[in-house]
Design a protein. Structure first.
Lengths: 200, 200, 200, 200
DNA sequence: TATGAATGAGTATTCATTCAT
DNA sequence: CATGAATGAATACTCATTCAT
C-alpha cells in the first residue's frame, strides 16, 4: 500500500490552486518552481502528478471551462428569467459581473498560444470544444436553435470584453448590451416567429 | 553599420523593420540577438537606439496603429462603395482579408499587456486612443453618427477575429458577417431614417 | 507482484530480464523507473532486491559472460566443423552473426567501467576471468595450445567489432576475417605442425 | 571594435583545456558548469564559443585526431626505422607507450556514443574519417598499399588496447606485438614481393 | 513485502543587458 | 558610434533514492 494519498483527488486539488496562479501571473511568468513552492511541495512531486507544464496548463484549462459553465448555470437558475429578452439580458449581466475573471482567462490563453506557437493550439481541440460548449449552453438557455445568432452573441460578448480591456473600460458595457440585446431579440423573433420555447 | 547618421531617422527605420518581426514571432520568442541580426547590426548598436527591449516594443506598438488606419483608408478608397450596405460589407471584407495580420497585431498587443502588467495599460492612453481612431474611421466611412452602433460593429469584428483564432477558423466568417451586416443595417436605418450621408 | 516468494530465485529472474534491458538501452539511459515498469513491479520492490542501481548492474554484468559462453558452445556444436580452417571460420562466422549483440555487451561493459571508475575494474577479477574463459573456450574448440595465437585471435575479433562500430560498418567483416583466417591458420600450422587435435 | 579577443584563438585555447577535462572525467560526468568553472569563465561565455555541449565535444574529437597524428609523426621521425619489420615494431612501440592515453580517448568516445545514441554516431563522419586518417598514416609509414593488411593492423591494435584494458594489463603487449608483427610482415612480404618502398 | 509519493540536487540551455575596447 | 565578449540568473525537466503506509 502506498502512502495514503488519493492521486486523483490531489491532482484536482493542485489544479484548483494552480488555476488562480496562472490567472494571476500568466503562463510564462509562472515557473514550475513557483508553482511547487505555492503548493508547498517539491518540483519533483509536481512532476509526479503532471508530466510537464503544458499538461498542467491544459488540465487547468479544462477545469476552467467546467467551472464557468457551472457558474453560469447557477447564475441563471437564480435569476429565473422567463422571456427571451430577459434571458438575453441575464447572459449579458452575467458577463458584466464576471468580466474581470473572464478577461484573465483570455489573457492567459493568449499568452499560452504565443509561447507554444499557434499551430499547436489549432490542433488542440480543447479550446474549440470549450467554445462549442459555451455556445450550446447559451443556445439552450435562450431556447433557440438559431446557431448563427447565438454564435454572434458569443462573438459579441468576447469582443466586448476585449474592447473594454483595451480601452480601460471606457466603452459602456450597458449601452453596448442594450444595443445588442435589441438587435438580437429582433433577429431571434424574426427567425423564430413561433416564439420562444423554454427548453432548459 | 547604419547608413543613416541621423539618430531619429535610423530609429524609425529600425521600428519599421522590427514591427514585422514582432508581428511574426511575438514578443517573447524574438530575442534582441535575432532583432540585431535581422537589422544587420550588433546588439550593442541596437541598445544605442533603444535602452531596452520593452522600449523598442512600445515604439513598435505605436507605429502599428498608423499603419492600419492608412491601410484601411487605401482599401476603402479603392473599393468605392456608395450605399450603407455596401460600405458595411466593404469593412467586413477588409477584415476578412486582413484577418491573419489583424490577429497578429492583437497577439502582440496582448503580449504587451503581459509584459507591462494590465495596470499600466489602463493608464496608457495609446491603445484607447487607437481604438477611438479606429471607431472614428469606420463611423466616418459609414457616414453615421450612431456611435453605439459603430462601436458595436467594431466590437463584433474584434470578437469574430478572436473567435476564429481560438476555434481554428471553424466559425464561418461570411455567415457571421452576413448576419451582423443585416442587423447593423437595420439598426442604422432605423436610427438614422433620413438616410445615409457620405461625409468622407 | 512477484509470483515467486523465494528471494534469491526472484532476484535471478529480475537479472535475466534486466540484462536485455541494459543491453538495449545502456546504463545511463535506463532508469530505475523504466526497469520497474518493465518488470511489472514498483520501484520500491526493486529496491528490496537490489540496494541500488549499481548493484543491479553488476549482477547483470556477471550474468552476461555465462550467457555468451553457452551461446558459443551451442553454436559450434551445431556447426560441427572438423578441420582447423573450418573451425577458425566457424568462430568468425559466429562473431559476424552475433556482432550487434556482442557490441551491445561491450558497450554495457564500458559503462560499467565509467560507473565504477577504471581503477576498480583493475582490481575486479570478473572481467579478466571472463576474458580467460573466452580465450580458453576458443583454444579448446580450435584444439590448439598456442595461447598467444588464440589470444591474438580474440584480440582481433574484439578490435574488429569495435572498428565496425566506430565506422558504421564501413570495414568489411568478411575481408578482414579472410585475411586473419589465413594468417592465423598459417601461424598455427607452423607452430603446431603435428596438426590439429580436436580436444573438445 | 569589440573587446580585443581573437575568437578563433580563444576557441582553440578552450578546446585544448577541455580535451584533458573530457579525458579525465568522461562526457556525462563533466557538466558545462564544470567546464566553465575550469576555464574560469561563465557558462554564458562558454556558450558564446560553442553552441552546445555536443559541438564542444566534437571540436575536441577533431582536435584529438590531429594531435595524435602529429604525435605519431614526431615519434616515427625520431625513431628513424628503415626496414618494414622495424617500422611495424615502431608503430607497436608507439601504441605501447601511448596506451593509457589512447584508451582514455576510446573510453570517452564510447561514453559519448551511449549518451547520444549510436545512430547519431553512425551519421557522423568524424570518427570514420579519423579512422581513415589513422590507417592512411600507418599505410604511408609502412610504405604499403595493402589496405586490408593495414586495416587489420589497426584493428589488432585497437583490440589489443581494449583487451589489456579489460584484463587489467594481464595480456602481454610485447608478446602479442611480436606475434602480430611476424604474421603481418609475412603477409606484407608475400603480397608485396617487390619489397618495401619507403614513401614517407 | 510492497507500494508509489516525495524529494532536491542535478542537467543543458537561453537571453536581456553591460561594458571594455 | 559600434562591437561582440561576458555575465548570471532563470527555465523546464530528470532521476536515484528514501520512507510512510
Amino acid at each position: 500500500m502506498p502512502k495514503i494519498v488519493d492521486h486523483n483527488a490531489y491532482r484536482n486539488e493542485i489544479i484548483q490552486i494552480v488555476t488562480s496562479l496562472f490567472a494571476e501571473h500568466g503562463y510564462a511568468a509562472l515557473g514550475m518552481r513557483d508553482i511547487a513552492k505555492a503548493l508547498g511541495v517539491s518540483k519533483g512531486t509536481l512532476y509526479h502528478y503532471f508530466p510537464n507544464k503544458e499538461a498542467l496548463f491544459q488540465a487547468v484549462c479544462e477545469t476552467i471551462v467546467q467551472l464557468d459553465l457551472a457558474a453560469f448555470a447557477a447564475y441563471h437558475e437564480q435569476a429565473g428569467a422567463t422571456t427571451l429578452q430577459e434571458r438575453v439580458r441575464t447572459v449579458l449581466r452575467y458577463c458584466a459581473e464576471q468580466e474581470a475573471w473572464l478577461m484573465q482567462q483570455y489573457l492567459v490563453l493568449m499568452e499560452y498560444v504565443r509561447v507554444n506557437g499557434p499551430n499547436e493550439l489549432r490542433q488542440n481541440r480543447i479550446i474549440q470544444a470549450a467554445t462549442d460548449e459555451y455556445v450550446a449552453a447559451i443556445a439552450q438557455y435562450l431556447g433557440t436553435s438559431d446557431h448563427t445568432a447565438v454564435t454572434a452573441f458569443f462573438v459579441f460578448l468576447t469582443g466586448l470584453i476585449f474592447q473594454r480591456f483595451f480601452d480601460g473600460g471606457a466603452t459602456d458595457f450597458d449601452g453596448m448590451a442594450e444595443w445588442f440585446s435589441a438587435v438580437l431579440s429582433a433577429s431571434l423573433a424574426h427567425a423564430d416567429p413561433a416564439g420562444f420555447r423554454n427548453t432548459s
